[in-house]
Write a protein that binds this ligand. Sequence first.
Ligand code: LLP
Length: 421
Amino acid sequence: MDHFLYRDGVLYAEDIPVSEIAAKVGTPFYLYSSATLLRHFTLFDDALDGMPHLVCFAMKSASNQAILKLLADAGAGMDVVSGGEYMRAKAAGVPGDKIVFSGIGKTADEMRLALEGGIRQFNVESEPEMQVLSAVATQLGKTAPITVRVNPDVDAKTHAKIATGRKEDKFGIPIARARDVYALAASLPGLKVIGIDVHIGSQLTELAPFEAAYQKVAELTEQLRADGHEITRLDLGGGLGIPYTRSNEAPPLPTEYGALIKNTVGHLGCEIEIEPGRLISGNAGIMVSKVIYVKSGEGRDFLILDGAMNDLIRPAMYEAYHDIIPVIEPAPGVDQQPYDIVGPVCESGDTFAKQRDMPPLKADDLVAFRSAGAYGAVMSSEYNTRPLIPEVLVQGDQFAVIRPRPTFDEMINRDTIPEWL
Ligand code: LLP
């Protein structure tokens, strides 16, 4: 459920008409609903009720500091994957002991940053990473709390580009090798083994792969404890999917996911961490865009929008489907017609949808891309020297620009032309 609904024929974000924000901010822009973000976080938090737990928001999905602060104030921790994300979480006021550091390529500099600034745990993904972390921590006279990310060889049954738990994927340590790797960890100075980490992919629409992975983690917990390791924390990753189409069967709910966690690993007495991104931010954000032209092509009409693939790359990159709805609700029974919905960027890949049925639209009409809150703004670029589009946050009847649109000068003046040219 989200808070982008039609009221009296116009699309609202919580209590504000989207067109009112568009008039003030200009298009295109991203628009987030605080109530939806908080609702989704609370669903996860409640689903793990009764177990010691921390919901660490995967901030790679939406990393604006206003969003981070909103969630952190509600009790969320953060899952970060780079020094930049770590610094951004800290800048938003998230304490180090609520930040977990994931990722397969952490550099010594990034480790230093987190050890000095405070960190809840590193999720370590390889032996060489473990060696470097040991060296950095020892050098700083600190102890790095670690889990080892294991690769359980489970097919998440999602888009190949976002599946991470199969043996051919670059992530984690093969679970069969885990006991040796934990033995190595225990022998290295500067490290303290505290748990196990797993993350099998994103946009999972079934619970079975989670179940298979978490059962393997439960077995491994018992084995590692028998080997003498203190396993007190399980980081179970993110990945629960969202409905991108309203006609689609809905993916499992956080309550069902929470029940699965209790059933598979609840008996172990561990503190549970999860790292959801998309389910918290995805349906909490829309991208608002304006029709520039309606162009008649050979046997098809094109809706040319002012938003493009550089603003929302998901359709071009993952063949992702996003609902695109007019900001003025079509009259009941109005005839729909198929459009190819495209942006102005100079490549055919800049196509959001082909032959999508829409009510008739004309230049200057506004449309909203639904489910754009996750992996939207964060994956945008300035391709074609198009400025990054603004982000706006709504709460009730108030809104604020939380990332302004840069001016052309701000964008262009970042380049420096060498004197010798
Ligand atoms: N934890 C780890 C270690 C991850 O790699 C990810 C996502 C998450 C948590 C959060 O997963 P979520 O709950 O959001 O599914 N750009 C792609 C998605 C990439 C996901 C990468 N890792 C997209 O637009 O679909």
